[in-house]
Design a protein around this ligand. Sequence first.
Ligand SMILES: Nc1ncnc2c1ncn2[C@@H]1O[C@H](COP(=O)(O)OP(=O)(O)OP(=O)(O)O)[C@@H](O)[C@H]1O
Length: 314
Amino acid sequence: MGEPIIELNEITKKYDNQFAVDHLSLTIQKGEIFGLLGPNGAGKSTTILMMLGLSEPTSGGVKVCGMNSTRYPLEVKGRVGYLPDDLGFYEQMTGFENLVYTAYLNGLNKQVAEKRAMDLLYRVGLLDAANKKAGKYSRGMKQRLGLADVLMKDPEVIILDEPTLGIDPEGVRELLKLIKELNEQENITVLLSSHQLHQVQQICDRVGIFVKGKLLAEGNIESLAKQLFFEDTLVINVTAEPVSQALIEKINQINGVNRFENLGDSIEIYCDFDVTPTIANTIIQEGAKLYHITKKDYGLDEIYHRYFEGSEAT
Ligand SMILES: Nc1ncnc2c1ncn2[C@@H]1O[C@H](COP(=O)(O)OP(=O)(O)OP(=O)(O)O)[C@@H](O)[C@H]1O
């Protein structure tokens, strides 16, 4: 097991007698990329603010890098880089000048600051735009500058609130690649909040699904799929020709097969356990042509929608 770097213990935040965050417990290990996932108003930003010590929990405890964030916000701030969703730069200053200014606020000397700013501009692919005014940067460039900005203080953890919002697909790809590289090469722990499900799925080791202040589930995609789709343990998708009544009956008799759905151009077979080879044999023995047979994987989109459908139904 890894070393915990963010520890939330039964934290709550109440506004006007309403829980924005409701008894949330979560541990994030050093070196992980963790995705906070949830609809608007779920409590993601409130949770992040409590991690940073910028908002005090109504009850419960928050530790980051082993320190109580509520009691030691400045110490936590020194070790954690935070990129808010509404990041702002001095638009009249260049990208380089913005970074150097951040370094100045963090107490770095000029020489170190200038070298680090250039290194980071190179790292995030903005060296060519170093002397361009930040006000002229595209949204994607601003996000990359934001990433360079949070890295100026050499943090152990970076917290990114909706980092991919408003960026075009190519920009998103570049940003995510960069976040993954930072995580792998510098062992920086990353916590990011997002609505962009398929993007989160690409780079996160684990995700937590938030709805109405509660963490409904957390884990990697595979374990979330298991928690959620446990009734349909396994679905096997088959394309074969012809699908005769005799073949359907034979498949239904296979031990482990629960039910069968004809989708027109393919069939889906719901099973208790993996019977792919038996199904393939049965199709061939019945004289049909087998074009395609695969186990269906559930993606984060399906996981997310099923959770939210469930939560709305209650
Ligand atoms: N300062 C505040 N005063 C009163 N209510 C607040 C305050 N901040 C947040 N809330 C409420 O707490 C709940 C959680 O909000 P929060 O901003 O944490 O959600 P979120 O998941 O980050 O959503 P979004 O993606 O829209 O930013 C919402 O119902 C919000 O209206």
